[in-house]
Design a protein around this ligand. Structure first.
Ligand code: AMP
Ligand code: MG
Length: 341
């Protein structure tokens, strides 16, 4: 299959061509503020089946539906609680996915067989324009091949999907770098299913009490399906095994210093780069800048595959703000191999 790259900035004709791919049931790589998505018409079962095929994604792992504004919400969801509108008004467009009861027009293929639907309005002008022109919501999981790190540039999309999909719209590098926060509004109190680009504390300001699902911080028990099906799957793990060191940054750096050798790769906060001179090091960002860390975390995990390191140590931020999402992605990459210091 020939893949067409729509380079930024898209002109009128390119927007029309990209929207036409979606209307025809084709596959289109789309930029969002979180990560790049692999998009198709959410209401077209065949198109959604092709998303699963292109990614090699398990069929029971649901897709997120992307809409251009809050007014489309009642078309695809039922029994929408006032809290959903309150969240949408405050945080959309933005990195927040809400789980709500599914309307009949949304195929079960799109929701991985579930009677609920994950829905969000992404904060990216290129994708919002394409959805509006296509006139249909776009279902899109992250645009990586299943098991690979989520793509945060159009080049990453090209690496994984060239020749497998009809087009890729280049909207520049993603600003946030981790996927959306997922909140389940079908239960009381609401439940955080996946930490992401919108901090838990922001949700609590609107919702009051929020339960954090156990799959966010601990390895899912064998045979027990987590509420967000995607949390069951091992996220990208580098070739070398990862050990996550959590706790005070001075102490975690000291632990790594005592335990690393010449074959170790180290993911550390910016402040400790000098301490690890001579090692293969990736700068995760300043220790108090969680936004920098979210932006860097997937690239950090990918970078060591180009090197000869045999093990990786990663300093882990505390869980405040975006730290919860960074911590979750690091822990998943390590298979929950965590040492607290
Ligand atoms: P991805 O964008 O690749 O992270 O995939 C979307 C993720 O959203 C899935 O892996 C699920 O974990 C989650 N998700 C989507 N729809 C639902 C739903 N209806 N209920 C629970 N989780 C969902
Ligand atoms: Mg994904």
């Amino acid at each position: 299959m020939e893949t067409k790259l729509f380079t930024a900035p898209l002109d009128e004709a390119q927007y029309e061509e990209a929207a036409a791919i979606v209307r025809r049931g084709g596959l289109l790589g789309i930029p969002t503020e979180t990560v790049y998505g692999l998009g198709a018409d959410a209401l077209n079962e065949d198109a959604c089946r092709r998303i699963y095929e292109a990614k090699g994604r398990p069929q029971n792992n649901p897709l997120i539906i992307h809409i251009p504004d809050m007014s489309w919400l009642p078309r695809y969801c039922r029994d929408i609680p006032p809290a959903a509108y309150a969240l949408a008004r405050r945080f959309w467009p933005g990195p927040l996915t809400m789980i709500l009861p599914r309307a009949d027009c949304v195929p079960l293929r799109t929701t991985g067989g579930l009677d609920t639907v994950g829905i969000r309005c992404p904060d990216h002008p290129v994708t919002l324009e394409i959805i509006r022109r296509a006139g249909v919501p776009i279902a899109a999981p992250s645009g990586n091949t299943s098991g690979r790190p989520s793509p945060t540039t159009a080049q990453h999309m090209v690496e994984d999907m060239w020749g497998k999909i009809h087009g890729i719209a280049d909207g520049g590098p993603c600003g946030v770098g981790v996927e959306s926060t997922i909140i389940d509004l079908t239960c009381t109190p609401p439940r955080l299913l996946r930490p992401g680009g919108l901090p838990l504390e922001d949700l609590e300001e609107v919702l009051g009490e929020v339960i954090v699902d156990e799959a966010v911080t601990a390895e899912p028990e064998a045979g027990k399906a987590p509420r967000a099906p995607g949390m069951a799957y091992r996220h990208y793990a580098p070739k070398a095994p990862v050990t996550v060191i959590s706790g005070d940054p001075d102490r975690s750096a000291a632990y790594i210093k005592d335990n690393c050798d010449g074959e170790s790769g180290i993911i550390c906060f910016h402040e400790y780069l000098d301490a690890f001179e001579g090692h293969t090091v990736y700068d995760l960002g300043h220790k108090d800048n969680k936004a920098e860390q979210a932006h860097a975390v997937f690239d950090a995990l990918r970078a060591f595959d180009e090197t000869d390191v045999t093990k990786i140590f990663a300093q882990c931020p505390d869980s405040a703000g975006l730290g919860l999402a960074v911590e979750n992605r690091l822990k998943k990459a390590s298979g929950f191999h965590v040492i607290r210091v």
